[in-house]
Design a protein around this ligand. Structure first.
Ligand code: PLP
Length: 403
């Protein structure tokens, strides 16, 4: 459905939003009417270079033809069947994912938060099954983001922020330690800790990559103490950091990894994937979801992941990421440019990220602000050099006016 089908003006659409919506987002002042490759086109035909990519979702571009074709074909075949039935897209996707990232089992979910929720449940059950009723504690990192459900909010290490305020009490047994500080994690784990959970690159926290020593140290710590290593790759997964999964670039294999965002090509799907060690932890009745593994979502995801693998988009992510980071370092007011592949954070010397975000959107570039002084760029993984140049030129123009 697009604006022409409604006979409404942009202002009338905005009024309807004001009437009916809980507004938890401060929206851009345009309607995302159409998506084509790296661009969103608004109600007046104005083009926006989409370097937020639906917040790291549209990794093969908007309305990628192979993804669209796969969805149409699946809609004409079967749209939904209960998980009591076998369906083909589900199992083809399960095989593609497990084989390409070296994991043994998968559980589909509908979002990133749900995938993390499942991962937390799995870790707790593994602890109780194998070590007794008290072995359920999980340590996560300060500054992390794991989702908005109550368990994932508890796992999100941002006490005192609007994300967490007023939603306590949280589920017990989750404590926080300093990211990239192995000693802090060692100190936070006790004999009842069953798992450690981190993002390989903290995304919402300001695009902060883990060091190799930190992740390898966590792997050793978990092996030594009989704990599980859980990676939240909801944002870093599927080529974003220059590797299919970020852990592949760190040479550290987690016991369980969650994923969502880029895997669906825009359709709501998430998953957690585990090594053989956890293969027997979930049995009949242990977990479930009506929609998880929906055939249309799985068909879209299968096409999206095939596209990422066959077109070597992880490699393009590395090459374009390096190119873009080098350019961005030349912007005025830059304190640091960081990230991996096409997951890029630019920290300024002043708290200008909201101004940069909204002024850039007026100029035809979409980015996100993740901290008062940090913007994040997560363009499609098939972005071109010319598109990176165009984004830089817009940012240069915008930031120069804020000096
Ligand atoms: C690392 C990470 N985990 C979990 C989530 C939550 O995913 P969703 O919004 O799909 O529930 C996000 C979303 O930004 C994320 O970046």
């Amino acid at each position: 459905m697009n604006i022409k089908d409604t006979q409404l003006t942009k202002d009338e659409i905005k009024d309807l939003y004001n009437t009916y919506f809980y507004e938890t987002f401060k929206r851009f002042d345009f309607i995302a009417n159409q998506g084509e490759g790296s661009y969103i086109i608004d109600e007046d035909g104005k083009e926006y270079l989409d370097f937020m990519a639906g917040i790291a979702v549209n990794s093969t571009g908007h309305c990628n033809k192979n993804v669209v074709d796969a969805m149409i074909a699946q809609c004409q075949s079967i749209i939904h069947a209960s998980n009591y039935c076998y369906t083909v897209p589900q199992v083809m996707l399960a095989k593609l994912i497990c084989d390409s990232i070296g994991m043994e089992k998968i559980y589909f979910q509908n979002s990133g938060a749900e995938a993390n929720e499942a991962m937390i449940k799995l870790a707790r059950k593994y602890g109780k099954d194998n070590f007794g009723p008290n072995r359920y504690k999980i340590v996560t990192a300060y500054n992390s983001f794991h989702g908005r459900t109550l368990a994932t909010l508890a796992a999100t290490g941002q006490p005192g922020t609007p994300i967490q305020n007023n939603y306590d009490p949280f589920i017990p047994g989750i404590t926080y330690a300093e990211f990239n500080n192995l000693e802090s994690f060692k100190a936070a784990c006790d004999e009842d800790t069953i798992a450690v959970m981190v993002e390989p690159v903290q995304g919402e926290g300001g695009v902060i990559p883990a060091t190799k020593e930190f992740l390898q140290g966590l792997r050793e710590l978990c092996d030594e103490k009989g704990m599980l290593l859980l990676f939240d790759e909801v944002q870093t997964g599927w080529g974003r950091t220059g590797h299919l999964m970020a852990y592949m670039g760190y040479d550290v294999k987690p016991d369980c990894v969650s994923m969502a965002k880029a895997m669906g090509g825009g359709m709501p799907i998430g998953a957690m994937c585990t090594s053989a060690k956890l293969a027997l932890t979930f049995g009949p009745g242990a977990h479930g979801s009506t929609y998880a593994g929906n055939p249309v979502c799985c068909a879209a995801s299968h096409a999206q992941i095939k596209e990422i693998i066959e077109k070597n988009l992880s490699d393009n992510s590395q090459v374009m990421g390096e190119y873009l980071r080098e350019k961005l370092a030349k912007l005025p007011l830059v304190k640091e440019v960081r990230g991996k592949g096409l997951m890029i954070g630019v920290e300024f010397t002043k708290d200008i990220s909201a101004d940069v975000k909204y002024n850039s959107s007026d100029e035809g570039l979409l980015i996100t602000a993740v901290r008062p002084s940090v913007i994040r760029l997560v363009p499609p993984l098939n972005v071109t050099k010319e598109e990176c140049d165009k984004a830089y030129d817009i940012l240069l123009n915008v930031v120069s006016k804020l000096v």
